[in-house]
Design a protein around this ligand. Sequence first.
Ligand code: UN1
Length: 510
Amino acid sequence: MATDTTALDHEVRELLARLGVHESRYTEGELVVRSPITGQVIAHVAKTTESAARESIAAARRAFLEWRSVPAPRRGELVRVLGEELRAEISTLGRLVTIETGKLLSEGFGEVQEMIDICVFAAGLSRQLAGLTIASERAHHRMMETWHPLGVVGVISAFNFPVAVWSWNAALALVCGNAVVWKPSEKTPLTALATQALFERAAVKVGNVPAGLSALLVGDVQLGEMLVDSAQVPLVSATGSTAMGRAVGPRLAKRFARSILELGGNNAAIVCPSADLDLALRGIAFSAMGTAGQRCTSLRRLIVHETIYDDLVARLKRVYLSVGVGDPRDSGTLVGPLIDARSFTGMQASLEEARGAGATVTGGERVVVEGAEDAFYVRPALVEIAEQVGVVKRETFAPILYVLKYRELEEAIGLQNDVPQGLSSSIFTLNVREAERFLSATGSDCGIANVNIGTSGAEIGGAFGGEKETGGGRESGSDAWKQYMRRATNTINYGTDLPLAQGVSFEIDQ
Ligand code: UN1
C-alpha cells in the first residue's frame, strides 16, 4: 500500500479554503499540525495569545448578555442554519476530519453527521425548554420551574472526536441562551477552525447574532486552564483522559463552577452462550478495531462464556490477522493510523505488560505503509489473558482487546464492573433473563449499557457519559440540556391571604 504524501497538504489548503478559513490562519503560526495518515506537516496554525483569549472570554460574556434575551426558538434558528451549513459541507469537513485524525472516511463523514443530528435535536428542543408546574400545598398558590440561560460555556475537546463533541455542547448551549468558548485539542486545530468558520457563516445568514457568541482558543493547555479558572465561565465541559479530569474537576469545584466531565472508558462486552455469534463478531469488530481503538467508547475487554470461547476467539483471530490496516481514505482499509508516536509507544508498553502477566498476544505490531514511514500504523491486538490484572484495568487509547473467559453470568458482570471506569458496556445474548439482569440495578454500572450491539457508536438522542472515573457528566440528548441552564423555582400567590408553608404562623400587628 502506498500513500501519496505530496497531495495531502495541497488538499488541506483546498478544503480549508472551501470551508472559509483564511490562509493566514494555517500557514503562518507556530502550532505545527501533522496528519497521522502520513506523519507529515500539513499546517502551521497561529496560537491564540493569552490576552486574545481573555478578550474572547470577555466578548463571549458580552454576547451572552444579549443572547439570553433572544427568544429560544430564534436561538434555535441559528443552530438549525448551522446544521444546514454542516450538511452542505459534510464531505469537505468530513474529509478534513479524516486527514486530521486518521479515521476512516465513512467515520469522518459520520462525525459531521453526528453534528448535524445534534443541531436538528437542539433546534427542536429550542421550542421545548420546558419546566415543571408543581402542586403547591397552599391555597391559591402555584409553583413552577423556570430554566434560564447560564452564561459562557467553556468546551475542552479531545483529538479523537475533534468537532462532534464541540457540537454536542455548543448546539445545546446556544439554544439554551449561552455563549461558547472552545479550546480544541492542539492536535486537531484545523477542523476546529473550519467549524468556527461554518458557525460564522451561519451567523451571517441568520443575522443579529452578537459578535463573539462562539469563540475558538487555539493552543496549549494554558488556554484550557484559563477557561477552567475564569470567573466569567460558570460551566466547563471537558472531554479527555481521567488525568485531565483530575486536574480540571477540583479547580472548577473550588470556585463552585459546574463541570461536565467525559473522561476515560474501559468498555466491556459479555458474550453469552446463546449469542448470535455472527452478529456479535461484527459488533465486537467495529467497537474494538473501529477508529483504531481511539474512541472513548471503544471496546477494550471481551468477557466470553467458556462454552463458546474457542469458537469465537478463533473467528476473531482470523479477523484480526486479515483486517485491512492502512490509509483511511482507501476503501479496503478498516483500521487507520494511531494519532502519533506517543500513542504507539503507549500501546507497545501495555502489550509488553500483558505478555509479562502471561497473556497471549495476536497482532499489535507496527505496519509499515509505503510513503507513510513517519506515521504509526498497527495491526490491532487481541490479547487472551487469564485474569483482569492491572494493565487490563487501565485505558490504553489504542486497538487492544483483552479477552477473558467466564463460567457464570454473575462472575462476568463482576469482571465487567471491576474497573475504575464506567462509560459503556454491552451484552450479546438471546436470553431475556440475562439481558434484563445486565440492564438491571445489579447489572452493568456504566452510563451506557447495550444489548446485542457493541459499546461504541452511540446515537445523539440519548444522554452520553459514564460513571466512576469516567467523570459522571452527560452530554448530547435526553435532558442533558438542563446542565446548560440555571433552574429557578417560582412560587406565585394569586390569592388575598398569605398562608405560610409547613403551617408556620407569623402574625404581625398592622
Ligand atoms: C468519544 O469517543 O469521545 O458513541 C465520543 C460513540 C460516538 C462518540 C464517541 N458517538 O462512539
